[in-house]
Design a protein around this ligand. Sequence first.
Ligand code: ATP
Ligand code: MG
Length: 354
Amino acid sequence: YDLKNEDFRDIQDLGQGNGGSVKKAEHIPTGTFMAKKTVLIDAKPNVRKQILRELQIMHECHSKYIISFYGAFLADPNICICMEFADKGSLDGIYKKIGAIDIDIVGKIALAVLEGLTYLYDVHRIIHRDIKPSNILFNSKGEIKICDFGVSGELINSIADTFVGTSTYMSPERIQGAQYSVKSDVWSLGISLIELALGRFPFSDSDSDHESDSDLEATLSPSTIAALSLNDLHVVSEEGDDQVPLPPRRPLKRNKDPAATAKDKKKDKRRSKGVSLQGGGMTMSILELLQHIVNEPAPRLTEGRYPKVAEAFIDACLMKKPEDRQTPKELLEHDWIKESRESTVDLVAWASTF
Ligand code: ATP
Ligand code: MG
């Protein structure tokens, strides 16, 4: 394909993220329906061209677990990335519409994501870097595929300036500034799977009910702090500490006084509503969340409500130290994934229910 903007007819808005917006569009010369992602890039012409070159690797990515790539082009301040259209959208949209997803289906999702990650890494040495429900897509053929992986360092740099808010699938080691590895993607997968099985983001409300015994202070890396918006830092400085860009650690749970607990819970609830940015109050809870991820025990699937083997898989994904966490390839051998491979759960039938 030699793609150009004038050959497209926009059909429908599919959604908006931090980096840009996605539309369903028809490529008129071929009659192909595509998902066209428009990313506003504030960069010099040679950087844009570099991004375009880096994106070309995606032409070589062929796997049934990866959204295929049709091409990318410059459309003045924007870069457009055209990819396979998934007619059932992303898993965040699906669970928000239909509620918690059945654990057998979550197993199929885990399998597909691990296959996709293993393909990207084994064949292309690509680390995804942004596994989360909105980057796992589904279609009415029952296929589960991942998208939006980090192939272009320049693109990541260019978007980093506007990056806020959704760093919440980040592993503890990433928050502390360690190098990215495939194991960081495994953490993000674990968080995503709990979210899908529970029908809500795991770090909120009732999660702050159980007691914690960790007294460690979080250390946020300079790069993480830099990635947070000026808004966040402003909120921090309002707390009266200009030197250490960290809010005083407010214990999320562990209030001895029951009256204070109730009050605090109410506050927590308000603060953790939605992970989209809604001004100062909300941004504080992002810092708190990052501290929480580093300091507190990893979330788990509620004991007893799910098959033991599924709980064990999630626990394996959410080992806090990367040394203790397995790679996607190793996790493909996990008993739950073997069971999920054999499972006859009908994804086409499931797709037809929403
Ligand atoms: P973020 O910007 O934080 O990564 P995001 O993944 O939601 O968040 P986008 O990647 O811009 O943001 O995608 C916006 C929405 O468009 C997604 O939530 C998804 O529902 C939809 N979408 C993206 N790609 C496709 C696709 N290939 N087919 C169908 N829908 C898509
Ligand atoms: Mg996305």
